[in-house]
Design a protein around this ligand. Structure first.
Ligand code: DGY
Length: 322
């Protein structure tokens, strides 16, 4: 039996690449490791049975409509699927899979890292030292806020939100959450559910955002919702950059309504809204959420599990989203 042909759009961890090369005829576009635009993707996909893609690859409706008939599955190396038009894939009968669960802890860790950096002004402090401008310990220097006893509002209480809640409880924070549906008591772990934005936002000393990208959530954190946060609140986003109105957030950071923001995701990555560079109270990370060796290996193997199901065993992939 000939091995199925797989288009692998990005460089992947060595163990994942080795396993892919064992069972598939792997094709990778030449040149530097970067997201593929529609033309590059279509050229590389000719003759392929499956595509192993990642966030940022252009799998919009027009591209999916032009994929060769041989493509039966798209496995994305991400939990987010906002770069793939799921409806277009459905209408062509192409299965789409993602990598849930395995990145929840790593992403929650990055959310907690940003919360700590914002609360304790760690970015500003590090920049002070690197600028060789520290003149020594001082009683009023770089005072932040203590997290113990503060209210953490989690927007989107999925797997990542629940991991963050667990970590925050360990630090003595009081967890509130806003979610489409209320969790079962054993999943809630004492967190306080809010059925409307207003009450939820008013309860956020720290707001951590974990909602997916896409049209429905575009600009969710707008000027009106920012105004509903308590003065001095901290905002952290490890979901998708599109869920934040960048201008409104910058304005609130500048005016002092917000104490600080920590951002791991951006609209138009790798470009970043210009205003953030000039704001000392913003901590910026380059989309590190799932970037641990353990997690990236697990994401790769999860992709292969899904590809194997469709292309080798002819069964339902375990993590099918379309
Ligand atoms: C995800 O898995 O969705 C991460 O944000 C990487 O894209």
């Amino acid at each position: 039996m000939p091995r199925p042909t797989l288009l692998q759009t990005r460089l992947l961890p060595p163990a994942v690449e080795a396993r892919a090369a064992r069972d598939y005829a792997v094709r990778r576009p030449e040149g530097p490791d970067r997201t593929l635009d529609s033309a590059a993707l279509l050229a590389a996909a000719q003759g392929c049975d499956g595509i192993l893609c990642a966030a940022g690859d252009a799998l919009d409706a027009a591209t999916i409509a032009q994929l060769p008939g041989s493509v039966r599955v798209i496995a994305t190396f991400s939990v987010g699927t906002d770069h793939i038009d799921l409806e277009a894939a459905r209408s062509r009968g192409i299965a789409v899979t993602n990598t849930p669960d395995v990145l929840s802890v790593a992403t929650a860790e990055i959310a907690m890292l940003l919360i700590l950096m914002c609360a304790r002004r760690a970015g500003e402090a590090e920049r002070l030292l690197r600028a060789r401008e520290w003149t020594g310990w001082a009683p009023t220097q770089l005072m932040g806020v203590t997290l113990e006893g503060k209210r953490l509002g989690i927007l989107g209480m999925g797997r990542i939100g629940q991991e963050l809640a667990r970590m925050a409880r360990g630090m003595g924070m009081v967890v509130h959450y806003r979610n489409r549906t209320r969790l079962a008591p054993q999943e809630e772990g004492g967190a306080i559910f809010h059925g409307d934005d207003e009450a939820f936002l008013a309860a956020c000393d720290v707001l951590s955002m974990h909602i997916p990208g896409g049209a429905a959530t575009k600009g969710w954190l707008n000027a009106a919702r920012i105004a509903a946060l308590p003065r001095g609140a901290i905002v952290v986003n490890t979901g998708r950059g599109t869920t934040v109105d960048d201008e409104a957030l910058c304005e609130a950071l500048h005016s002092g309504h917000l104490r600080a923001a920590g951002l791991d995701v951006f609209t138009g990555e790798p470009n970043i809204f210009e205003g953030y560079y000039a704001a000392p109270n913003v901590t910026l990370l380059p989309h590190l959420g799932s970037a641990t060796i353990e997690t990236r290996d697990a994401m790769g193997f999860r992709c292969l599990e899904n590809l194997d199901a469709v292309l080798v065993h002819g069964t339902q992939p375990p993590h099918r989203v379309a």
